[in-house]
Design a protein around this ligand. Structure first.
Ligand code: G6P
Length: 743
């Protein structure tokens, strides 16, 4: 509106100016027309008077002539009439004839410029017309017209002109405002359409003609600009949201109303084990399970997983389903049964001897056997069937978890092309050179690209993945939007850093920190003021437990004051024990701990307490709260949730986190003491710093880390993925082409 006013006011002023400038021109023009009219009128009067005048003259009735002239002047336009027989004769005239007009100066009034005579009543027009014939002239008739009506008309014309220009201005302004408003609305509609994901070129009313391909890049640029704005707005919106289980539930019910959510992972969240007469329920040591459990509670979906417990088959219904959590059922596990051969080839073989070391740069050689690959393909197909049979609709949202199921996205997509498949790779993705050694690299990449969204923890994993696809597949990779197009299907590659539930379960924090400190020290026969470090991992070679122990040994060498005053408790959950490399690794860990303990034990409590057993979350939290430091020394780790759990456990804002730079967590927690686990001296220095750190500094660092974990919690991780899935679905609905909508 302001824009319109800014345009309309100057327009009206300009038009008014034009009206005033044009008026004199029009005046002059109309005057010349009137003069011409009066001239011809005078000629007409002269020829009309010819006969009666000659008769009266012939009869010598001069008085009659002046009386006739006076009568004629009653016409409102004729001011006066006069007659001169000769230039010297007296003028026979009506009584108003101006004195300046005389018989001896009649020639003067024939000149064009002298037609007009000013008078008190206004301008007068004087015309002198010859009487008689050319051969026998009989004198001259003077006809004087009153021209005041011309002035009146000129004024009227000016006024009229002014009104006409003003009306014209108003009309032009009105049309301009309407056109401006309509085109603004058109643009706004176009922009909104783009925000809704409808391509600018797709909307008929604002589409570029097909013969103008030059418009397409403009539309693309605009779309990109809008995506950036959208991303910015989204980031702002998100930062104002506190992500809780409730937020997630609201998103699920609001954005994905009535949608069918299915999670697929190898490891199940609850394992039923037979112990003699009793059936026990266990929670496995898996970061993936820890992260997904709160989401499943929130969305009441179905979790498809390998039924690996000895009593799993006893508790399921006829559809292989069991409601969990056992104490308060909120969702279902659909168990998939594997034969020992399948488990050996798919789980132990291809997944954990092949892909696991391939993706972790931990200097353990991957082993690829074609028999394992065959089982991997078969088991992926088995899970695909289970997912399809669990789908309540033809377009469920399927969350595929981890490296056990690289082929599953494509298999599901082939069966349910309308499904939204979000895959998350919980471990790192290596660079193309490292990945190249996998004999089935193309099949794996093609399988993963069956996903609508492919998620990783960090941007560098996304970059590596996109580089690998670019190197080995005939795919179109858009590095601007991070979308990959392969076989007519579009996959968005996105970073979603995983996290933990926040706030942590209050039961885990029930015992006060002083109680935890004294209880754990008593339990392990340590003096009350003894310094304590903690490590909690699966007993996996990627976790850098050997490097950790070497760093402790180096600490004691470099700072002997800590000998007998510092103990490191290593909780190590047995894992994948059927694999040689893991058995070997366990033996190495035991041996190294024993050697170091033997070296320093004579001067007080052992420096390393190795606990190779499963610990339930309350026990782990008690250790976290009792410790002075937590040491995470992974050689390579997608994220590492132990680091975040330690931070969550320390509501007293004390304790120091020593963290490997090769974890995804190190990118989010810069306030930790970041170390290279391969550098024993550097790690020893960090341990010393942590043990001597003033409480105020501990508090400052811990407070910042807690703030980050609180904000970027697991509900946000899941919520972000689900919101993106919802956006993709909305866009697909508009384009009516599932799988081809960008994000
Ligand atoms: C890692 C993997 C998970 C796996 C977990 C435990 O965190 O990313 O997929 O569940 O290790 O390993 P396990 O072989 O015992 O399931």
């Amino acid at each position: 509106m302001r824009l319109s006013l800014r345009f309309v006011l100057p327009l009206l002023l300009v038009l008014a100016g034009i009206a005033y400038a044009v008026a004199p021109l029009i005046d002059r023009l109309t005057l010349s027309w009137f003069v011409r009219d009066l001239d011809s009128r005078s000629s007409l009067i002269a020829s009309t008077f010819q006969e009666p005048l000659q008769e009266q003259l012939a009869a010598g009735k001069k008085a009659k002539i002046t009386e006739f002239f006076n009568r004629v002047t009653q016409d409102e336009r004729i001011f006066a009439v006069g007659y001169c027989a000769t230039p010297t004769a007296p003028m026979l005239a009506s009584y108003q004839l101006p004195a300046q007009i005389r018989c001896d100066n009649l020639d003067r009034w024939n000149a064009p410029s002298d037609h007009l005579l000013p008078s008190a009543q206004g301008p007068l027009h004087v015309a002198v017309k010859p009487m008689g014939t050319e051969a026998v002239p009989t004198g001259q008739l003077v006809v004087v017209h009153d021209m005041s009506f011309i002035t009146r008309r000129s004024e009227e014309t000016k006024r009229y002109l002014f009104y006409v220009f003003m009306a014209l201005g108003a009309a032009v302004s009105l049309i301009t405002v309407i056109v401006a408003q309509l085109s603004w609305r058109g643009w706004m509609a176009g922009v909104r359409a783009l925000l809704r994901g409808e391509g600018l070129l797709r909307r008929p009313e604002i589409s570029a003609p097909p013969d103008l391909p030059g418009f397409k890049p403009i539309a693309r640029d605009l779309q990109r600009l809008i995506s950036e704005l959208e991303a910015e707005t989204r980031a702002r919106d998100e930062s104002q949201l506190t992500w809780t289980a409730e937020t997630l539930r609201t998103i699920l019910h609001g954005e994905l109303r009535g949608e069918d959510v299915i999670v697929v992972s190898n490891r199940e969240p609850y394992i039923h084990q037979r112990r003699g007469e009793r059936i026990e329920v266990h929670r496995p040591a898996s970061g993936l399970v820890t992260a997904l459990e709160p989401i499943m509670r929130a969305c009441s979906g179905t979790w498809v997983a390998h039924g690996s417990g000895s009593a799993d088959a006893e508790v399921v219904d006829k559809n292989d389903r069991v409601a969990v959590p056992p104490e308060n059922p909120a969702y279902h596990i659909r168990r998939v049964w594997l034969t020992p051969e399948e488990e050996a080839g798919y789980y132990y073989g291809f997944s954990n001897e092949g892909l696991w070391p391939l993706c972790h740069i931990a200097h353990v050689r991957p082993i690829f056997r074609s028999s394992d690959w065959t089982q991997y393909v078969a088991v992926n197909r088995k899970f695909a069937k289970a997912v399809v049979s669990e789908a309540k609709t033809k377009n469920p949202i399927v969350l595929v978890q981890d490296y056990h199921f690289a082929l599953l996205p494509k298999m599901i997509h082939d069966e349910l092309p309308d499904a939204t498949i979000i895959s998350f790779w919980h471990i790192p993705w290596p660079n193309p050179e490292s990945f190249a050694i996998c004999p089935w690299r193309e099949e794996i990449l093609a399988g993963m690209l069956g996903s609508s969204i492919m998620g990783f923890h960090t941007q560098s994993h996304c970059n590596n993945f996109v580089d690998t696809v670019d190197r080995f597949l005939e795919a179109r990779v858009d590095r601007e939007s991070f979308n990959v197009s392969f076989g007519g299907k579009l996959t968005a590659v996105r970073r979603y850093p995983i996290s933990i539930a926040w706030p942590p379960d209050p039961e885990l924090l029930q015992k006060t920190v002083p109680d935890c400190r004294s209880h754990i020290r008593q339990l392990n026969d340590l003096p009350p003021e003894h310094k304590l470090g903690i490590g909690v991992d699966r007993l996996d070679y990627t976790k850098g437990i050997l490097e950790r122990f070497r760093a402790i040994e180096r600490l004691l060498e470099l700072n002997p004051n800590w000998i007998g005053h510092f103990t490191f408790v290593q909780i190590a959950a047995p894992t994948r024990t059927g694999i040689d490399e893991y058995q070997h690794h366990e033996a190495q860990v035991r041996a190294l701990a024993a050697r170091i303990n033997a070296r320093f034990r004579s001067r007080g409590p052992a420096p390393i307490l190795l606990k190779i057993e499963q610990h339930a979350p309350p026990q782990v939290y008690e250790y976290f709260r009792a410790a002075d430091l937590c040491f995470v020394s992974s050689l390579h780790d997608g994220m590492n949730l132990v680091a975040k759990e330690f931070v969550a456990a320390r509501d007293d804002e004390r304790g120091v986190l020593v963290l490997s730079e090769f974890t995804g967590a190190a990118r989010e927690l810069p306030e930790a003491l970041t170390v290279n686990p391969y550098d024993a001296d550097q790690c020893a220095a960090a341990l010393h710093l942590a043990l001597s750190m003033p409480e105020a500094e501990q508090r400052d660092r811990m407070r910042l880390m807690r703030g980050l974990v609180a904000e970027f919690n697991v509900f946000r991780w899941a919520g972000r993925m689900l919101l993106d899935a919802a956006t993709k679905r909305r866009r697909s609905r508009v384009t009516d082409q599932p799988g081809t909508s960008p994000l």
